[in-house]
Each structure stands twice: as structure tokens, then as C-alpha cells.
Design a protein around this ligand. Sequence first.
Ligand code: CTP
Length: 399
Amino acid sequence: MLKGKKILLGISGSIAAYKSAVLVRLLIKAGADVKVIMTPASTAFIGPLTLSTLSKNEVLTDLSTNDTWSNHVNLGRWADVMLLAPLSCNTLSKMAQGVCDNLLMAVYLSATCPVVVAPAMDEDMWIHPSTKENILKIQTQGNQVLEVNKGELASGLFGEGRMAEPEEIIQWLQSFFTKQHQFQGKKVLITAGPTHEPIDPVRFIGNRSSGKMGIAIANEFQKRGASVTLVCGPTSELIRGNYEVINVNTANEMYQACLNNFTSAEIVVMSAAIADYTVENPSTEKIKKSGEEINIVLKKTVDILSELGKSKLSNQILVGFALETTNEKANALDKLKTKNADLIVLNSLKDEGAGFGGSTNKICIFDRKGNEYLFETKDKKNVAEDILDTIYTYTNETN
Ligand code: CTP
């Protein structure tokens, strides 16, 4: 799986840098093409000569040597993946801030390839709120963070902060490259965000959905090779993906956009929080303040998921969401059945870190075959990965 893959390994100043030799050896043995960049601090922990010998490539440490300039843009474009292992506390902080004071940071900031980091530091540094904040920040910027291990640390203390073992990193890379093609060429339709139902030209009925979850799902599908169409309600989130985005405001506009794209879609994920009712007669003029009360008549919107469920073909997979506050499981299973979905992703607003607005979510997925998958609270990007893994398992078992 790693044969011919171009891996750009960035090493920063941590005692775990001694493991880089094993890591490079394993990558080369697996058939990868490896280039190494070291921060000046890391050269105190392991010699560039060891790494250049093992990688069979010159090790780069400076933006320029004598009269030669290292082209940091080309390096970031050359790689299939940039791996920072070990990632020191200091380099992590520079990543979070966008500091560009050495070759490694210049390459990181100009890299167009996916970036994965394997942090390594003492437990006290690892659990410091600043470190936690920096990790979250680089994750939300799209970087993958490998888990640290628990064990004996350089300080002699025992705790969390050990870099993932080279074998674990290799495993992660193998799974990363396998997943990259999981949905190759599949047409996927995703809805995200809230809808806004106008009351008059300046007011609307909306909800607290941010669109983060649906956008994370769209990004993950694109990463795994799918051809994505995202139908998105009003959101302030930045959509960075390189896929088709159809912006809509109302539930009816979302319905029309879904209808237009449904027949060609092989997978549909309805993560939008769509209004169940819309204003029957929105005013064309701003409604003036008058009596003590005001009555607005609402009428039901189309249940898009149910409608798509009715005309779904056997080669189409329909994934719905269920946002619940009571009888969560029973309600989710009911939606799975009545809306004729293949999978339902349940968010319970009772779970801390779940649901609207925030950057994390806690989900449980139910499928038509009676499987139930419960996940921990995670960053929405990682939740999106769990959702795609589950869809992949379901589709592969079905076919
Ligand atoms: N949904 C839809 N069209 C609507 C309302 C909801 O397609 N008009 C979809 C949502 O995108 C989600 C699923 O139906 O995938 C469940 O949405 P949810 O708000 O949890 O439930 P509702 O069906 O609206 O029912 P209730 O509000 O009574 O829980």
C-alpha cells in the first residue's frame, strides 16, 4: 500500500527523534519514497547523516545552503503526505500560529498535501491547556493528529505523551492510503446547515445548526475520492472543499436542489437541520409593530428524507440524521424505518459535546441490518470519518 508513495517526513526537536531512523527504515522497506526535513533543534537528537543514508535522499535543514535555495513550495507539492514525527511542543505551537522561521515550517505552510502529526512531549506539557488548544486548532485547520501513547517518558516520569510507535504510524499511513480510494468516482449528495424560513424581508425562522457536521462529511467524502455535491443552508462556515456547492435558504429550495441531484447520486447524506414548518404567507413588507400579540400561520414543509426514501433505488444509500432530546434510540429507529433510510446517525442533545454549533459531536449509528455503532465524543472531522467508515462497511456488506 505504501509502494511508490511520496512521504515528506518532518522531524522536530524531541527525544523521540531517535525513533525516526526506524520509521524511515520501515517506510523505505514498504516501498515509499522518503524525503526528510529536520528543524535545527532536532539535529541534536539524531544526525542527518543517519537519515540521509536510510532515506537515500539528502536531508534538508535550512532554507538555503551556501548558494542553493531549498524550494519549500515544490517539496509540499511533491509529497502525497507530509508526516511530522516527532512533533515537538514548540513546532506544534508554531503550526498553530503560522510561524515561518525554518525550512520545516515554510514547507508545512506551503504544503498542499494532507498533513499528519505524531506529537511527542512530556505529560505536563501534553496536558497543558495551551497544548490542548494548539492541537484543537491544527485539527480544525485540517491536520490529522495521531494519538500519543502512555508509558515511560524522557523525564523518567510515567504518563501520556510518548510518540506513536513507528509501526503504528506505518499502520495509520496504510489505512490512510487505502481509505483515499474507498469512494472513488461515487456520486454523493450531502445536505448541511439550517434553513431560514422568511417571515418578512428582514426576519426568518431558523435554527442553531452551524453546518459544520455536513461540511466535514462533504470534505471527508472528497478526500476519499467521491464526486460531491453539497446543498448548504445559510452558514458562516468556510467551505474549503473542491466540490460543487449549491447554496439555499429555505426548506423548499433545499428540496428542489435535492430533487435535481437525487437520481444521479449513489449515496445521500441528509445532515441538514431542515425546518419542519414554514410561514404560510410571508409578508413582502417589513411587519410593523402593532398589538400585544402576533400570530403567524405555519404550514408543513416537505420531509425531504422521506420523499427521497420513497423513490430510492436499490443501488442508492440514504443516510439520515436524528436529533433527539428524549427516547433517543426509539425515535432514531422509528425514523430509520418510516423514512426508508439505510442508516440513521443519532445525536442526543442530552450528551455533552453533541449536536449543534460546537466543534465536537457524539453520535450513535443504526443501520437497517440491526447494527448499532456507538462512538465517543470527537471533533466533527473525526466524527465524519466514523460516519464514512460505517457507510463503507454497510455498502460493502450489502453488495
Ligand atoms: N428532514 C428532512 N426534511 C424535513 C425535516 C427533516 O429531510 N423537512 C431530515 C433531516 O435532514 C434528518 C432527518 O430528516 O436527516 C431527521 O430530522 P429530525 O429533525 O431529527 O426529525 P424530523 O423528521 O424533523 O422529526 P421531529 O422534528 O419530530 O423529531
